[in-house]
Design a protein around this ligand. Structure first.
Ligand code: C5P
Length: 337
């Protein structure tokens, strides 16, 4: 019997999974805002989701080794323990992701959410630049135009409606120039780490025979270690006072679970498609989650900016792939994306 997910449709399946996962997590976070909950420590949630990600990968590798614990142990020994140089390569993306998650946290405390969201979309362009310089990928002129359209489109989509902006302005303290400067510095640095870490991980995944799940176990090991260091440096006192899992409600566990699954899906998308295609998929899911919010949660009012942004994102998506098809009609020409 042929497996349902084969080499031909892996790219499509992983992209659809990414769109659904990103939409799910955005909706869950929106929905959870309406709940009154005890606060939890975000750095511990990052550790929990890294650990869970590693554990799920362990189960997947166990399946890959025909559900044999002996073969699983041998594979882990051969691929992780006996290849320290290969394993330690993963300290770079996991360290950068750990820094990135904290930079974004700093950015969110110094900038308002809209400025943060809009500025962070520059990661689409930093990712493309890293693809060119680190992977030697060729990006045509029309594809650069499409990537700029995508970044502007997502910025428009996430732009708050005038109602939301007015509500926020009345409840928020105006940030000083110095605070905004730090916030911008943090979010711009995060766009660089996002591009570099993603493309570095893509390079590792696409060279060598090591499976994507083993690579994720390596990433999760260092992610958990770096995450614990961050908990120790910034939240040790809070953890000592009320425990590591303080404030963990069902919804927090659901977010942690979706985040862990998201890490796996991102790895699959990077392996079977690439980082740029991942950018399109996450942009489309921002729109999808807003549409579901409008129809199901009734907590979103689309503005003119939203419609303009949606048009830009959809046009950019078609534009990016369009020339590829035209080129593909010439049998002698090799298409590179
Ligand atoms: O914003 P950006 O797309 O760079 O975010 C990537 C996120 O995906 C990071 O938070 C990182 O921790 C996570 N990730 C993961 N496992 C992977 C790749 C990325 O958890 N294999």
């Amino acid at each position: 019997m042929r497996p349902i997910i084969n080499a031909n449709n892996r790219k499509l399946v992983s992209l659809i999974a990414l769109i659904l996962q990103t939409t799910g997590i955005v909706l869950l976070l929106r929905y959870s805002r309406t709940w009154k909950a005890e606060p939890y420590i975000s750095s511990t949630a990052i550790v929990a989701s890294e650990f869970l990600k590693g554990f799920i990968c362990l189960i997947l590798v166990w399946f890959e080794t025909d559900c044999s614990f002996v073969r699983l142990a041998k594979k882990l020994n051969d691929e992780i323990y006996s290849k320290p140089v290969e394993t330690f390569k993963l300290t770079i993306p996991s360290g950068l992701y750990a820094i990135q998650n904290n930079l974004l946290f700093i950015a969110l405390s110094y900038l308002n959410a809209a400025t943060y969201q809009v500025t962070y979309q520059l990661k689409i362009l930093t990712t493309a630049l890293c693809c060119v310089f680190m992977l030697g990928k060729k990006i045509d002129k029309h594809q650069w135009v499409s990537l700029c359209m995508l970044a502007i489109g997502v910025a428009f989509v996430t732009w708050p409606s005038s109602d939301e902006a007015a509500k926020r302005a009345s409840t928020q303290i105006q940030k000083s120039w110095a605070q905004q400067f730090i916030g911008f510095g943090a979010v711009l640095s995060a766009t660089l780490t996002s591009g570099f870490a993603g493309v570095y991980f893509e390079k590792i995944l696409k060279t060598g025979p090591t499976s994507v799940w083993v690579r994720n176990i390596q990433l999760a090991i260092f992610g958990t270690i770096f995450g614990l260091v961050i908990v120790f440096l910034f939240d040790a006192r809070a953890v000592m006072d009320k425990g590591f899992f303080q404030g963990y409600s069902t919804v927090v566990w659901m977010v942690i679970f979706l985040q862990a699954i998201g890490g796996l899906i991102i790895a699959a998308v990077i392996k079977y498609a690439d980082n740029i295609v991942k950018g399109f998929a996450t942009s489309l899911s921002i729109i999808l989650s807003s549409v579901v919010s409008y129809f199901v949660l009734n907590d979103f009012t689309p503005s003119l900016f939203f419609f303009m942004g949606t048009m830009l994102v959809i046009t950019a998506t078609f534009l990016y792939g369009w020339e590829k098809k035209v080129k593909a009609t010439s049998p002698n020409e090799q298409v590179r994306i």
